[in-house]
Design a protein around this ligand. Structure first.
Ligand code: NDP
Length: 255
């Protein structure tokens, strides 16, 4: 057994939320390339099928089905559906997320609730269902996608709902890690900086000063630059890691 063997995900069964594009798609690809059996859920059937086809063209067999994680039965449907398709569940990757750029005095109650529903409440409900399954089966791994927005306040756009929702994700990660360590369940989070996806329009000139120039590395990341860290945290290479939030931000939060 070499050190690289510890990074293999062969035999691990993973559910990824929000896997049809952006960071989620890069994570699905990374996990599958590392040997995991992967199922992902998102709402858009066409985009799901497109992602599955693109992965298949590269020899990666991944399954997908439609779930709105904010719906009443969404978390149960996602966990049950993944367990049925994979024969069990070793990893839940809570990636689905939503950002609304609106200042504190303008955001409506409904918009605030929607951001918390996607980013925090559904992540919590999915984790609870997955945690119950993992405890029953001797352990597992939950990985949450937080954000540097829980550590700094983004600018120039104000987005208090998103920042608060991700701060809750980080603290929930630590709470569950403490509570579920006795069951063999590890719970960690990543906190990415700016990554080029539909959510983060990193090429727009009005964002350049604060999103790019303010960071030590003076660039954004591509989703595939974050995926290797996810593979590490999903694997036995990180066996002693729980309750951790791993920041990957090109140095953004050093200032
Ligand atoms: P995208 O907007 O590109 O993708 C979001 C994904 O989530 C899509 O697959 C979408 O699919 C899915 N999704 C959204 N709402 C729901 C829902 N209600 N039910 C099921 N799936 C849903 O975002 P990113 O790839 O940029 O973001 C991924 C994660 O990374 C998020 O948690 C985000 O907060 C976080 N993040 C992103 C950063 C960035 O700079 N991009 C930085 C830090 C963190 P569909 O619409 O088909 O449902």
């Amino acid at each position: 057994m070499t050190v690289l063997d510890a990074f293999s995900l062969t035999g691990k069964r993973a559910l990824v939320t929000g896997g049809n594009r952006g960071l989620g798609l890069a994570f699905v690809r990374g996990l599958a390339e590392a040997g995991a059996e992967v199922v992902f859920v998102s709402r858009d059937a066409e985009r799901n099928a497109h992602a599955v086809d693109a992965l298949a063209q590269d020899g990666l067999r991944v399954q997908a089905f439609e779930v709105d994680v904010t719906s009443q039965d969404g978390p149960d449907a996602a966990i049950t559906g993944a367990v049925e398709r994979l024969g069990g569940l070793d990893l839940l990757l809570n990636n689905a997320g939503l950002a609304i750029h609106k200042p504190a005095l303008e955001i409506t109650d409904d918009e605030w609730d929607l951001v918390f529903d996607v980013n925090t409440r559904s992540l919590w409900r999915l984790s609870q269902r997955a945690g119950a399954h993992m405890r029953e089966h001797g352990g597992g791994n939950i990985l949450n996608v937080g954000s540097i927005s829980s550590l700094i306040v983004n600018r120039p756009q104000w987005q208090p709902s998103y920042n608060a929702s991700k701060a809750a994700v980080h603290q929930l990660t630590k709470s569950l890690a403490a509570e579920w360590a006795p069951y063999g369940i590890r719970v960690n989070a990543i906190a990415p900086g700016y990554v080029k996806t539909e959510m983060a329009p990193v090429d727009r000139p009005e964002f350049r000063q604060h999103w790019i120039e303010d960071a030590p590395m003076k660039r954004y990341a591509l989703p595939e630059e974050i995926a290797p860290t996810v593979v590490y945290m999903a694997s036995d290479a990180s066996a002693f890691m729980t309750g951790s939030v791993v920041v990957i931000d090109g140095g953004y939060t050093v200032y």
